[in-house]
Write a protein that binds this ligand. Structure first.
Ligand code: URA
Length: 475
């Protein structure tokens, strides 16, 4: 029996290094005990039970040169943070399997793969909740102001997420206390602390007013639907969140405010009220990274969310990310993006001042050899992703939208649009926003040789220009 002692619950590097050596030696999974921290499992290392233990797993120690894919490493890195006690053992079994059959990583039906993907998914979700729902409360200590938050993660995600909070709150002194350990940042150095309890964290304070104001602003039916928000905010987090004290009154007031918005929209069709600032978009984009509303997330590299100013006057909607966008995580950066950029310049529209997004946020493709060939999203996928587009629109509240291509037009209008017939004109969406329709730039990349490419391009740019110019006529 071999005992591997990992330094901590989240000691992925320790697991990786030990797993390499053990796999190199051909040690079977059932002959390994993965032990974390203390010496309790040394019982198993008793000589009567077999070989002596590996003293400790150190990154790089006697690591055999095994080659595994980035995809496996990424998956394992997340799964290793799960609270499942068997995770290190399961990962080792998977490692041995993949060394033999690398293609098993793509086998969605494989029960071990499914289990480990499930672990990784739970960990990603837990991290996402931590980003969204940690709430700091202000305290005074010897060094001055300190912001302290209490959070209860389901998994061992604390250290892995430290960078997120350091980046975001670099200039604050803060502590995040959890039952699994604590993080303390003093503006320059990060320190770890022992597990804490809820009573170590403070109650209410002035910082809460900021959160409450922020949540009241985004809890606006014209921006973020209450149901959507409640769904994304599991009840177990409510008790830590000052703004949830507002939830009953927000729900009660939602209908009234909705009425008021409609009335206001009647009198002032495209007026903007109450911008909620960029944070609402940032949160939404983070949530979208976890989107599982349709199966497209699975083969895609990542969710490619919209980008641009949170208060843009123009929102432009494309179809879906292509191969380049899927890898870069950004909209319109590939060949269609180059045509789009040229047409925007020709139309006199500043891309940096528009909000640009896609009707579908994941790349849909068919693998062909090493290539990934674009596949058109179906109506179910457009419908599933419409939820995100509507939320983007509710936050940005553009004065007009431009749908590029049939998929975008369908997403925005909710009906089938024949672009050839309706391009160059606008339809009015139920909330009063004009929606201009034009071709998708990739249409220009697929023109038959006999087509007049310059004329087609000029027509596309003219569609964009006409839409943008109509802003002057919208009061
Ligand atoms: N096509 C789109 O519709 N969107 C992109 O982001 C890229 C290509």
């Amino acid at each position: 029996m071999r005992v591997v002692r990992l330094d901590r619950e989240d000691d992925f590097d320790g697991w990786r290094s030990a797993a390499r050596s053990l796999a190199g030696e051909g040690v079977a999974p059932e002959d390994i005990v993965w032990q974390i921290g203390d010496r309790a499992a040394d019982l198993f290392a008793d000589e009567s039970l077999g070989a002596p233990p590996i003293a400790s797993a150190r990154p790089g120690a006697s690591a055999a040169p095994l080659r595994v894919s980035r995809q496996l490493l990424e998956l394992a890195r997340y799964a290793a943070l799960h609270s499942e006690p068997e995770r290190f053992s399961l990962l080792y079994i998977l490692l041995l399997r993949l060394l033999d059959q690398p293609q098993a990583l793509q086998d969605a039906a494989d029960p071990l793969m499914r289990r480990i993907e499930g672990l990784a998914r739970n960990v990603r979700r837990d991290s996402h909740k931590m980003h969204a729902f940690v709430r700091f409360r202000e305290l005074a200590d010897d060094g001055g102001k300190r912001f302290v938050a209490w959070f209860e993660p389901d998994h061992h995600i604390l250290r892995a997420n430290a960078g997120f909070f350091v980046d975001r709150f670099t200039n604050m002194r803060w502590s995040i206390l959890t039952p699994r350990g604590a993080l303390h940042w003093d503006g320059a150095m990060l320190a770890e602390g022992p597990p804490a309890s809820r009573t170590d964290a403070p109650g209410g304070d002035p910082v809460e007013a900021v959160w409450k104001a922020y949540y009241s602003a985004i809890f606006n039916p014209a921006r973020v639907m209450p149901q959507a928000m409640l769904k994304e905010m599991p009840r177990k987090y409510w008790k830590n969140m000052p703004e949830t004290a507002l939830v009953p009154s927000l729900i009660a007031g939602a209908r009234k405010r909705e009425r008021a918005m409609i009335d206001q929209a009647r009198g002032e069709p495209h007026g903007k009220t109450q911008r909620s600032g960029p944070d609402a978009l940032v949160l939404l984009a983070e949530e979208a990274q976890e989107c599982r509303r349709c199966p497209l997330w699975k083969p895609a590299t990542q969710t490619v969310f919209g980008e641009g100013p949170h208060d843009a006057e123009i929102m432009i909607v494309g179809e879906q990310p292509g191969d380049n966008e899927d890898l870069a995580g950004r909209v319109f950066v590939g060949p269609a993006g180059a045509v789009f950029d040229r047409a925007m310049a020709a139309a006199g529209i500043d891309r940096a001042r528009t909000y640009i997004t896609n009707a579908v946020k994941h790349f849909k493709f068919e693998p062909r050899g090493k290539r990934r060939i674009h596949a058109r999203p179906g109506s179910g996928e457009i419908e599933a992703c419409r939820w995100w587009v509507e939320q983007e629109r509710a936050i940005v509240r553009p004065r007009l939208v431009i749908a590029m291509g049939a998929t975008a037009a369908r997403s925005l209008t909710g009906r089938t649009v024949t672009v050839g017939r309706e391009r160059g004109g606008a339809v009015v969406l139920p909330d009063g926003t004009p929606c201009w329709i034009t071709i998708h730039p990739s249409y220009l990349l697929r023109l038959p040789p006999e087509a007049d490419a310059d004329a087609e391009f000029a027509r596309y740019a003219a569609d964009l220009r006409r839409a943008a110019k109509s802003l002057a006529t919208i009061v």
